[in-house]
Design a protein around this ligand. Structure first.
Ligand code: 4NP
Length: 169
């Protein structure tokens, strides 16, 4: 099997709520499009409180109701090496982007963007942190993530000339 063409890293603060949700949602979209040999998906956090932990139980429960299994994922820290490996490094909010700057080489030529920049226009430009919110916060994360994931896959398919099953001929 050949190495994946494109590597995508989702980053949030704790790597237990938003970025694992984005990871699982986008992985399912990639699998459904039969592109898992071409696109590698991972997630990480900028804070070290939850390293090695599974995603937050509320995030897991809400995601499962939409068919996404977050249970195999484990939190890890983003590192400088990620900038040598990943073609897309995608933050959930502005503070995630700022927290990654010390790791980002000046010559990084991948895509370093907010996740919702790939979504259709909405009232949100950042994925709000649900950690201190109720269940509604986790539903909102799923809504925003599902929408932006479709836009991200379309962007990757266009940029890397991969078959985009979401574009009907
Ligand atoms: P996440 O949410 O960045 O979406 O994983 C958080 C998880 C944990 C904490 C903050 C945000 N925390 O402070 O422990």
């Amino acid at each position: 099997m050949s190495a994946p063409k494109v590597k995508v890293l989702f980053v949030c603060l704790g790597n237990i709520c938003r970025s694992p949700t984005a990871h699982a949602v986008f992985q399912k979209m990639v699998d459904d499009a039969d592109l898992s040999d071409q696109i590698l998906v991972d997630s990480a956090g900028t804070g070290d409180w939850h390293i090695g932990h599974p995603p937050d139980a509320r995030a897991q429960r809400k995601a499962l109701t939409r068919g996404y299994d977050l249970s195999p994922l484990r939190a890890r820290l983003v590192t400088g090496e990620d900038f040598a490996e990943f073609h897309y490094i995608i933050g959930m909010d502005d503070s995630n982007m700022t927290n990654m700057l010390p790791f980002k080489p000046a010559n990084y030529d991948g895509e370093f963007k907010l996740f919702l920049s790939y979504g259709e226009s909405s009232d949100y430009r950042e994925v709000p942190d649900p950690y201190y919110s109720g269940d509604d916060g986790f539903e909102l994360v799923l809504d925003l993530v599902e929408q932006a994931a479709a836009g991200l896959l379309a962007d990757i398919c266009k940029r890397y000339s991969l078959p985009d099953s979401s574009v009907s001929s």
